[in-house]
Design a protein around this ligand. Sequence first.
Ligand SMILES: *[C@@H]1O[C@H](CO)[C@@H](O)[C@H](O)[C@H]1NC(C)=O
Ligand SMILES: *[C@@H]1O[C@H](CO)[C@@H](O)[C@H](O)[C@H]1NC(C)=O
Length: 202
Amino acid sequence: MRARAALASAIGAAAALLLLLPGGCAGAMYKVGDLDAWGVPPPSKPDVYKRWAKSIHFALGDSVWFLYPPSQDSVLQVTPQAFAACDISAPLLRIADGNSVFNLTAPGRAYYTSGAPGHCRKGQKLWVDVPMANGTYVQPSSADLAALAPTPGSQAEAPAPEGALSDAAAHASPAAALRADRSAVVSAAALSLLALLIRLIW
Ligand SMILES: *[C@@H]1O[C@H](CO)[C@@H](O)[C@H](O)[C@H]1NC(C)=O
Ligand SMILES: *[C@@H]1O[C@H](CO)[C@@H](O)[C@H](O)[C@H]1NC(C)=O
């Protein structure tokens, strides 16, 4: 009985890993932030979402996943202008179910903020850069540059336009390599699980 349960969970894990393999129709799904939930950043980690977004090399077709108590929060995808102004009145897309997946279907920069009043100004917002299918990053548009330029009196901590440009340039070259790495790591993990399965069966 125990062996069968182990076998079943190994099969489940292998299947889950195979689903994550790049090249399939579904991209990788990333849980947003390093916090327990999508919420206002704690004082000890004011830039948690910015750091998190920078730590990941997204690919076209990946998705970002926000988990939070639906009674307390929501997620909005917004324009660069709305992001800069923390204007939550006319989002491009709003999901409030507590388990919200946004698909990265367009190359360029995607902007998200909390839909709870006041949370955006407290730093509960992030943007992610999505490269083209061939891994090349899109140059930030003038709206992107304007959105991240520091504005007097704004709480948004933002890099200067030149910083944003060089960030994009720095991202550009290693993207393909990193993507290949990720694929190799996932494939290796799937293979070792399959090896485990075969051993269990024998
Ligand atoms: C994201 O893609 C999945 C799978 O194709 C789909 O079920 C879901 O509705 C999409 N989500 C949004 C917000 O478009
Ligand atoms: C990727 O595709 C874009 C648009 O089709 C093109 O402009 C760019 O040169 C391509 N980059 C590479 C490295 O092939």
